[in-house]
Design a protein around this ligand. Sequence first.
Ligand SMILES: [Zn+2]
Ligand SMILES: [Zn+2]
Length: 104
Amino acid sequence: MSLRSSHNRKAGRPKPDNVPSSEDIARDVRRMKHEQKPAHNYRALSLEMHGMICAKCAREFDEKNKRELTVHHIDGNDANNPADGSNWENLCIHCHEDAHSRGM
Ligand SMILES: [Zn+2]
Ligand SMILES: [Zn+2]
C-alpha cells in the first residue's frame, strides 16, 4: 500500500479551532467584494486603463516588452491606489527613473 504524503497542501487544511461559521465567511466575502482593493494588481489595471504606452515619451509596449513599462504613483504614495486609476501613470523604466530623480 503506498501512502503518498499529502499532496494537496494547497487545498487548505482545516483549522483546528476557531473555524468560522459559514455566516462569518459570507460576511467576509461580501466585505472583500465590496472593498476590492486593487493594490495587488494595480499594475495590470493601470496598463489596461491607460494603455501600454509611456505617458511621457509615448513609447509603445506590447506583450513582449511590457515588463519595461512600469506604473508610477502620481502622488508618490504607492498605497494610494484608487480604483479609477487616477493616481497611476504608465511610464517606461527610463521616464520613471527620471520622474523620481527630479521629483524629490
Ligand atoms: Zn518613457
Ligand atoms: Zn514612480
